[in-house]
Design a protein around this ligand. Structure first.
Ligand SMILES: Nc1ncnc2c1ncn2[C@@H]1O[C@H](COP(=O)(O)OP(=O)(O)OP(=O)(O)O)[C@@H](O)[C@H]1O
Ligand SMILES: [Mg+2]
Length: 386
């Protein structure tokens, strides 16, 4: 299939600050792309460039084969002539317009009178369960209702592309889940093409057909969620998608050594970069992949076991979130509440514990740049780490 939507070499600077840096994205027809990255990495600026609200200095943006922006040939189709829907973090409804007028707005701007006559507004409101709210003003709606109206407004004109800029982050946790699943269902039913910006990994995994993880204006990894989950291309991506545990290692003569001077066998770990003797490396892994034990005798065969001491724990219903210290590092883990409640409740900070994890849960990174023969495919295609 040809790309529905292609961004190539997109560059946007503010003064001397390069905010979007030669960014490439190919988005297939009907694809839900999630742009994931920390605050300030250029997510909103990228969306604003796609929408035509900012003028980039370099690169091109094409819908199907039509260029809406091309720095080289000075093509720049204005925002209102790009068929794009937008849903913002702040609901951004017009306060002086009713819900009906708000949803109708994109149809009026594009002079789609037939769609209005055919009931497009009622049907868009119905899709987000706001059919009964059409005569109200935004001030008479809850936050969740306002954001659902904003979603209806973003979709009503059946745009080529729908841009979502952190639309769930102002909602409380329960509403966030509701509106998220509504957006997901709408996408499954309507099949629109979307770019959805978030800094929340759970949202990204839940919604994305593909994830683009952004760092300093560049795409660090661009892959399907399961692939990103299993194969983060860099420590930056690993940390961003929930591998919160970090263990510093160095390569000794007989293998890898932790900061507590334990030798660990990493033959089953995913070591992304080669490391020679004397080199340091960092292992990343998820709290879910760490187990808690009373003694070394309880550690499953093949697991890496470390002596630790308790720092703190928090009850979470079926589990405890436990923080322990091993050597100089703190590790987080999730311990089953039924199994560990009594022992944890009876323990004090500083009490000795044993933690273990399978080497296969580790992703190991060094600072070395892999040579092309063993470069992971994404490093090869996205230009590598900065
Ligand atoms: N109009 C502007 N003038 C100057 N600098 C700007 C402007 N807009 C954004 N920036 C800067 O560009 C960088 C990227 O901003 P952007 O809003 O794209 O980040 P973001 O990834 O959306 O962050 P957040 O998650 O906080 O929304 C930031 O350093 C920001 O300060
Ligand atoms: Mg932003």
């Amino acid at each position: 299939m040809t790309s529905r939507f292609a961004v190539s070499g997109l560059t946007k600077t503010y003064g001397t600050n390069v905010v979007v840096d030669h960014l490439d994205l190919d988005i297939e027809h009907g694809e839900f792309l999630v742009l994931l990255g920390p605050s300030g990495c250029g997510k909103t600026t990228t969306l604003r460039c796609l929408a035509g609200l900012e003028t980039p200095e370099g690169g091109s943006i094409a819908f199907r084969d039509d260029r809406v922006f091309d720095a080289a040939t000075k093509v720049n189709v204005p925002a209102h002539k790009r068929n794009i829907g937008m849903v913002f973090q702040s609901y951004a409804l017009w306060p002086h317009m009713t819900v009906r007028e708000n949803i109708q707005y994109p149809l009026k701007v594009r002079k789609l009178k037939q769609a209005i006559a055919d009931g497009a507004v009622d049907s868009a409101a119905g899709m987000v369960d706001c059919g009964g709210l059409l005569d109200r003003y935004p001030s008479q709606l809850s936050g969740g209702q306002q954001q659902r109206v904003a979603v209806a407004r973003g979709l009503v004109a059946q745009p080529d592309l729908v841009l979502f800029d952190e639309p769930l982050s102002n909602l409380d946790a329960r509403l966030r889940d509701q509106v998220r699943s509504q957006i997901h269902q709408l996408h499954q039913n309507l099949g629109f093409t979307a770019v959805f910006v978030t800094h929340d990994q759970a949202e990204a995994f839940a919604l994305g057909d593909r994830l683009a993880i952004m760092k300093s204006g560049k795409i660090e990894q661009y892959d399907e969620p399961e692939f990103v989950f299993e194969n983060p291309v860099s420590e930056y991506v690993a940390a961003f998608i929930g591998m919160g545990n970090r263990l510093e290692l160095r390569r000794g003569h007989d293998g890898w050594i932790t900061s507590a001077d334990d030798v660990v066998d990493l033959s089953d770990a995913v070591v992304r970069d080669r490391a020679d003797e004397g080199k340091t490396a960092v292992a990343r892994f998820r709290p879910d992949d760490v187990s808690l034990h009373d003694s070394m005798a309880d550690v499953p065969a093949g697991n890496i076991a470390l002596h630790a001491e308790l720092v703190t724990y928090e009850y979470g219903g079926r589990y405890f979130d436990v923080t322990v210290k091993t050597g100089v590092e703190q590790l987080s883990l999730r311990a089953n509440a039924t199994r560990h409640s009594a022992a944890l409740r009876a323990s004090r900070p500083g009490d000795p514990l044993v933690v273990s994890f399978s080497p296969s849960s580790l992703r190991v990174y060094t600072d070395s740049v892999p040579d092309s023969a063993d470069a992971p495919r994404d490093l090869a295609t996205t230009g590598g780490r900065s």
